[in-house]
Design a protein around this ligand. Sequence first.
Ligand code: NAG
Length: 227
Amino acid sequence: MIALLFFAALLWDEAGAWGFKDGVLHNSIWLERAAGVYHRESRSGKYQLTYAEAKVVCEYEGGHLATYQQLEAARKIGFHVCAAGWMAKGRVGYPIVKAGANCGFGRTGIVDYGIRLNRSERWDAYCYNPHECGGVFTDSKHVFKSPGYPNEYENEQICYWHIRVKYGQRIHLQFLEFDVEDDTACMADYLEIYDSYDDINGFVGRFCGDELPDDIISTGNLFVLFM
Ligand SMILES: *[C@@H]1O[C@H](CO)[C@@H](O)[C@H](O)[C@H]1NC(C)=O
């Protein structure tokens, strides 16, 4: 269970200080609509899931492997991940919003590896789950809680919270209470925080256990919390 408070603080109001450059932050505005689609990797790391295992990962969380169309719909509104994953019907690919030399061969779109004949190949997974929990907050102060708080969080449930404030503002996230099942490497239950939709550069941290995390201040006008 977690309870969090955030408030937006106008810490830096210099126009253009963080850009909507290169499409990333710009796209982020719309991403909450893509939140039904998400990326998953094996608990043992990147590119470890066979097709059957990828299906199980999504189904365990109440969803299923995303179709190509669902992934593309998510991509069109900002979903960008630099890792190939299984989709429905044994297809493999990944969504690229921002062209980059290190990912997607400098192109945007779904990088499509096609339908794999060998279902024992190991990739990540793209799941679709319309029943997720979470929310989108744009107000300047808000307290929110995990579902059922203060009771146990149901660990099959996937939640995304998107906190977005005005361009030029930053977000101050403060934890009021925190208790997420502890395990050795925060593998099973955890809260992850990103401050952009870039899955690598935007990663802020992963938290579990019952120690109250320190306050966190965003670098831009966005936080995404995933649990
Ligand atoms: C299928 O992929 C697995 C994992 O990459 C590999 O070990 C296996 O040899 C492949 N099978 C065939 C028939 O190519």
